[in-house]
Design a protein around this ligand. Structure first.
Ligand code: NAP
Ligand code: ZN
Ligand code: ZN
Length: 330
């Protein structure tokens, strides 16, 4: 089916891949895997969608559909998973191009329906940031009811602010772990408290009180430092993908901590996340920018200067990329 792109979210993974941080970048590259748009054409085998419908596409556009992971609705871990951009087909050398663009064509299996209660300009970031934090919260038993549970969220950016909102909607007590306490007002506005993880005294005072920590930090940092915050036999889930790996020490043994990883979420879970957000009124906070400001926004994300002190840049594709007469700003 063909989709006209209306808004595209800017994920920090776009920054990593544009900069070649992961050593797998193919240029030219069109980033963007947080896509909101409207269906413009459907093939004869499409059953779930109709022309005009509001839809989202995330990080994947295909998978093998027959392996054990696909059978369990974990398409993101399929060895044949085709990512929305910067993916190179081994046989043809063809590469995929992403959402900073006017249209996308994909199989309906990799398209989600966007609930009416989610406004057009807020939908796109759910397709990566939303599902990436929802998936581990569900896998580790924080969703659907987090009453009495304390959730730590390291890094208050695109993923981080969605983690706060989703965990709060489930009833959790949420603590943001940030480089400094400069985002205190922002964390409180989101209904969370904040702890600067450079403040050892604060970390010691909160030791053994967290049920889970989601680590969304995009740059090098010491995640093992968060381990004593957890109750015994709980999990720290690594979501951020800094270019340098973590080194894990014996601290995890002495707290029985699971050091886990998680990649976005499968298609069934992505639809469930959108439905959850639609029902609970959970939407990202966004700064909508014209396409001409894309490089300015990438530079800000590179420098750790996220919009709204915890939110997402979203490109107004329809009005400024497709129809607009524009020049890229440096
Ligand atoms: P973002 O909006 O840019 O936020 C990243 C946060 O990391 C910042 O808000 C900041 O939090 C912290 N940070 C930034 N620069 C830092 C530095 N130099 N040192 C220490 N902390 C720094 O990024 P995002 O879009 O949320 O993505 C976060 C990470 O998750 C990226 O690495 C991205 O590639 C990855 N990701 C993974 C998946 C997955 O499936 N696992 C999906 C999407 C994204 P504070 O200011 O609060 O300290
Ligand atoms: Zn992403
Ligand atoms: Zn598969």
């Amino acid at each position: 089916m063909a989709i006209r792109i209306i808004y595209a979210g800017m994920c920090h993974s776009d920054v990593h891949q544009l900069h070649g941080d992961w050593g797998n970048s193919t240029y030219p590259m069109v980033p963007g895997h947080e896509i909101f748009g409207v269906v413009t054409a459907v093939g004869s085998d499409v059953t779930k969608f109709a022309v005009g419908q509001r839809v989202g596409v995330g990080c994947m556009v295909d998978s093998c559909r027959s392996c054990a992971n696909c059978a369990q609705n974990l398409e993101q871990y399929c060895k044949g998973c085709v990512f929305t951009y910067n993916y190179k087909y081994a046989d043809t050398g063809e590469i995929t191009f992403g959402g900073y663009s006017d249209s996308v064509v994909t199989d309906e299996h990799f398209v989600c329906s966007v609930p009416d209660s989610i406004p057009d300009d807020r939908a796109a970031p759910l397709l990566c940031a939303g599902i990436t934090v929802y998936s581990p919260l569900e896998r580790f038993g924080i969703l659907p009811d987090a009453t009495g549970k304390r959730v730590g969220v390291a890094g208050l950016g695109g993923l981080g602010h969605m983690a706060v909102k989703i965990a709060k909607a489930a009833g959790a007590d949420v603590v943001v772990l940030s480089r400094t306490d400069s985002k205190r007002a922002r964390a409180e506005e989101l209904g969370a408290s904040i702890m600067a993880y450079g403040d050892d005294e604060a970390l010691n005072a909160a030791a053994g009180t967290f049920d889970i920590i989601l680590d969304t930090v995009s740059a090098e940092h010491d995640a093992v430092k968060f381990v004593p915050l957890l109750k015994a036999e709980r999990s720290i889930v690594m979501l951020g993908v800094p270019p340098t790996p973590q080194s894990v020490g014996p601290q995890i043994i002495f707290n029985g901590t699971n050091f886990a990883g998680s990649l976005i979420g499968g298609m069934r879970q992505t639809q469930a996340m959108l439905d959850f957000c639609g029902e609970h009124g959970v939407v990202p906070d966004v700064e909508v920018i014209p396409a001409s400001k894309a490089n300015v926004a990438i530079k800000r994300l590179t420098d750790g200067d996220v919009p709204l002190q915890g939110g997402r840049f979203v490109i107004d594709v329809q009005n400024t990329l497709v129809d607009g007469d524009w020049q890229m700003e440096a």
